[in-house]
Design a protein around this ligand. Structure first.
Ligand SMILES: [Zn+2]
Length: 444
């Protein structure tokens, strides 16, 4: 691959160890990595003039359910709380198969890419009608997105006191077998990996304690990460106390679900002791502000988490509970919600962007991503600040206050997957058409 030089950027927000910001600077990409950042760099390769642009690390999405892009704004779930919302959607998801999983992942990932995201995790916890984790891996690979799919699972159906219908749950032995299969087939532990697999039983209210414990043991044996939903809202806390006699933090700790190789989605209701537990154990959090607003779950104590030293990234969460898939929006909403609770000086636009880039990469244990430094992966977002959204801004680098919501260019591992605001790697209009065809079939 030829070298690529992004030159003369108005500002490069590096998110490096000293959070340097360079003006009128250049960035050189070689072999999928950042080779150099500075002034007056040259190349024999490809040139991109970035005058009028702000360059940042690609955004990192730490929580999603890509398959849900096929069930956005479903009427029965539009105004329901979490458990009611799930009960509306479960029967629709039970009709999905491989094609639905694949196309909805294409749509969800392309939408993320246009919002500046270069690395996304995904939490796929249902496998109806022959669907498999690789249906999403194929979508990410074709688009060129760096991808951390997780093998999710549900095992307690309605007949055993769980929330999902029996048709959407799997036997725990088959779940563990498939977890082993997908890790062996698709997990790449090497630096610069484009695909890393994690293990992710859906939530404490849809799997048994045994599966939580066994998947933690398996993850450590395989050297992969663990992910689930935790402490999402008041109903979730009440369920934990009624079923397990403890708060979610205690439940997680007892089953081996704390540590540097674990990250939990939402954590809206973590109390002080649980924040301290997460900080001590280096357990990560995927903060999903738009979903938390959409479902009325509350405002996660992100300021307190960050002050205590908890690793925090942002997540779009499933497209059926958002129903948007813009990581730019999530980063902005992270900033706004902390201000609602703690005042206007509680979180700057730059700190929120840091959480959405470097912060997310740290949650996913990817120190090779999320910052622009020589030797790190060339995952780069170029934002055009000459347009209407930035007009009149005295500080265009404060992107989350006044800036474009979509990228001009996006590079993943040095490969350009968005050029002038358009996806280069897949035929997006055709994918949108396919997606709408499937959505119509499901709703009729
Ligand atoms: Zn979720």
């Amino acid at each position: 691959m030829p070298e690529i030089l992004i030159r003369n950027a108005d500002t490069i927000l590096t998110m490096d160890d000293t959070r340097r910001e360079l003006s009128g600077a250049d960035l050189l990409i070689r072999n999928g990595q950042i080779a150099e950042i500075g002034h007056d760099l040259t190349t024999e390769g490809e040139l991109h003039d970035a005058a009028g642009c702000v360059v940042t690390p690609g955004l990192v999405n730490t929580h999603h359910h890509l398959y849900q892009t096929l069930t956005r704004a479903v009427p029965g779930g539009q105004d329901a709380l979490l458990f009611g919302w799930l009960k509306t959607l479960y029967p629709i998801w039970a009709r999905f198969g491989p094609e639905e999983i694949y196309i909805s992942a294409q749509i969800g990932l392309a939408e993320l890419a246009l919002s500046g995201c270069t690395l996304s995790s995904d939490h796929l916890y249902l496998y109806p009608n022959g669907a498999r984790l690789e249906d999403t891996i194929a979508a990410a690979s074709e688009l060129g997105m760096r991808f951390h799919p997780t093998r999710g699972a549900m095992s307690i159906g309605e007949s055993n006191g769980g929330l999902p219908p029996d048709s959407l749950v799997e036997a725990e032995t088959s779940i563990l077998e498939d977890m082993i299969r997908v890790v062996d087939a698709f997990h790449d532990p090497s630096e610069g990996a484009m695909c890393r697999v994690g293990l992710a039983p859906c939530s404490p209210f849809s799997v048994s304690r045994d599966l939580m414990r066994d998947s933690a043991l398996l993850a450590r044996d395989k050297g992969v990460m663990l992910h689930t939903h935790l402490a999402e809202n008041d109903e979730d806390i009440a369920y934990s106390q009624a079923q397990f006699g403890c708060r979610p933090g205690q439940y997680a700790e007892d089953l081996g679900w704390t540590g540097n190789d674990v990250w939990h989605a939402h954590c809206v209701k973590l109390d002080e002791a649980e924040i301290d537990l997460f900080a001590r154990t280096k357990t990560g959090v995927a903060h999903c502000p738009c979903s938390n607003c959409r479902l009325g779950s509350g405002i996660a104590p992100v300021r307190a988490m960050r002050d205590a030293g908890v690793k925090v990234g942002v997540g779009a969460d499933g497209s059926a509970s958002n129903d948007n898939g813009s990581l730019f929006e999530e980063a902005r909403q992270t900033m706004l919600l902390q201000r609602v609770v703690n005042g206007a000086d509680a979180m700057s636009a730059r700190e929120a962007l840091e959480i959405a880039t470097r912060g997310g990469a740290d949650v996913l244990n990817r120190p090779d991503c999320g910052r622009l430094m020589p030797g790190k992966r060339a995952d780069i977002a170029v934002w055009d600040t000459t347009g209407i959204e930035s007009a009149g801004s005295w500080d265009p680098a404060a992107l989350l206050l006044a800036g474009p919501q979509k990228v001009k260019h996006l590079f993943v591992e040095g490969r350009q997957i968005v050029r002038d605001g358009l996806i280069t790697t897949i035929d997006l209009p055709r994918v949108v058409e396919n997606q709408n065809r499937l959505a119509r079939a499901l709703s009729s």
